[in-house]
Design a protein around this ligand. Structure first.
Ligand SMILES: [Zn+2]
Ligand SMILES: [Zn+2]
Length: 329
C-alpha cells in the first residue's frame, strides 16, 4: 500500500510504501477510492490535538470497497462499498457507551488520529464502526459526508428545531448542512469571513436566504446558530445574533480562545454547547436522510500524492466545498 504519513507534528506528510495490512479479528480492509480532507486533519498535523499516534496516516472521510475481511465479521463482505468515519472504536462498557453516548467514550479510537486513516490506498477499520454504503454511488461525492456531513448532522440536531438558523463558516460541513436545513424548511443565514464574496455566493447557491460577513448582525434575530469555523471570536458574535432562549453550537474539535464577553450575551436563557464526535446512530440517521433531502456535495479532487497541497488550500480558505484525495489505482 501507499500512504501519505505524518511522522512528526508540523512537518509535511511524506509518501511511504508499506506492506498491505491484513485485517485482524473483527476488522475489514478497504481499498480507499476517496478520502475527504477535514479541518480536523489540519489540527492533527499542526499539533493542536493532544497525543496523536505518530507516525499517523490522517484521514477520516473514507469511501471505498472492502477487499479483505478478518474472522468474525458479520454483515460486511469483500466487494461491498463502505465508508469509515472519525469514530474508529469505542470501549462499549464505560458510562457513556452504556448510556447511548458512545461519542463521549472514555477509551475511543479515532480514525486518522489515534488509528491510521484514509490518506492511503488501503485502510484497516473495525467492522462495527464501518458504514455499509449503497452499491452504486460516487465515492468522491460521498467522502465528505463521512465527517462534514455526519458531524454537521449531529450539530444540526443539537441546535434544535428553530426555523432561523445561522451557520458560521461556510465550508465543507455548512454546504451540506445548509441543504439539509433547507429541506427541513428552515431559513439559513450564512456567515463567512468579512468580504468573502465568493463564499457568500456559494452559500446562496446552497440555499442560504441571507449571507454576510461574520462581523455583521443578521437582519433578524436567529433561533439558533452553529459555528463551524475554528474561531473563538465567533462565539460572542453568534450569542449576540440569537434570540432569547436561543442556542449556539460549537461544532469543531478545536477553536482559538474565546474572548471574554459581557454576561448579557448569555443572559435570557441563551445556551452554548459543543458537539463532540459522532455515534453510529447519527450515521444511520444521516445516511437515510441524504437521498431524501437530495444532498449533493461540491468537491475539489486532488491526487493522493498532493495531500499537502489540499491541506494548504483548506488552511488558506481558498476551497469552495470539500477537498477530496483520490489514490490512483
Ligand atoms: Zn472531520
Ligand atoms: Zn466507552
Amino acid at each position: 500500500m501507499r500512504a501519505m504519513v505524518l511522522e512528526r507534528i508540523g512537518e509535511p506528510l511524506r509518501l511511504m510504501e508499506r506492506a498491505d495490512p491484513l485485517p485482524a479479528d473483527g476488522e475489514v480492509r478497504i481499498a480507499v477510492h476517496a478520502c475527504g480532507v477535514c479541518r480536523t486533519d489540519l489540527h492533527v498535523v499542526d499539533g493542536e490535538l493532544p497525543n496523536p499516534k505518530l507516525p499517523i496516516i490522517p484521514g477520516h472521510e473514507i469511501a471505498g470497497r472492502i477487499d479483505a475481511i478478518g474472522t468474525g465479521v458479520t454483515g460486511l463482505a469483500p466487494g461491498m462499498r463502505a465508508g469509515v468515519p472519525w469514530l474508529g472504536r469505542t470501549c462499549g462498557h464505560c458510562d457513556f457507551c452504556k448510556s447511548g453516548r458512545e461519542n463521549l467514550c472514555d477509551q475511543p479510537l479515532f480514525t486518522g488520529y489515534t488509528r491510521d486513516g484514509g490518506y492511503a490506498t488501503h485502510v484497516i477499520a473495525d467492522a462495527r464502526y464501518t458504514f455499509k454504503l449503497p452499491d452504486s454511488g460516487d465515492d468522491v461525492a460521498t467522502a465528505p459526508l463521512l465527517c462534514a456531513g455526519l458531524i454537521g448532522w449531529r450539530s444540526l440536531r443539537i441546535a434544535g428545531d428553530g426555523k432561523k438558523i445561522g451557520l458560521y463558516g461556510f465550508g465543507a460541513a455548512a454546504h451540506i448542512i445548509a441543504q439539509v436545513a433547507r429541506w427541513q424548511g428552515r431559513d439559513v443565514f450564512a456567515f463567512t469571513r468579512a468580504g468573502d464574496a465568493a463564499a457568500q455566493a456559494f452559500a446562496r447557491d446552497m440555499g442560504a436566504c441571507w449571507t454576510g460577513g461574520s462581523d455583521k448582525r443578521p437582519p433578524e434575530q436567529l433561533d439558533c446558530a452553529i459555528i463551524y469555523a475554528p474561531v473563538g471570536a465567533l462565539v460572542p458574535a453568534a450569542l449576540a445574533a440569537v434570540r432569547k432562549g436561543g442556542r449556539v453550537v460549537c461544532a469543531g474539535i478545536h477553536m482559538s480562545d474565546i474572548p471574554s464577553f459581557p454576561y448579557r450575551l448569555l443572559w435570557e436563557e441563551r445556551e452554548l454547547i459543543s458537539v463532540a464526535n459522532l455515534t453510529r446512530h447519527d450515521g444511520e440517521e444521516f445516511f437515510a436522510i441524504v437521498p431524501q433531502a437530495g444532498v449533493t456535495t461540491q468537491t475539489v479532487p486532488y491526487p493522493l500524492l498532493r495531500a499537502n497541497e489540499a491541506l494548504a488550500d483548506l488552511r488558506s480558505g481558498r476551497l469552495r466545498g470539500a477537498a477530496v484525495l483520490v489514490p490512483d489505482r
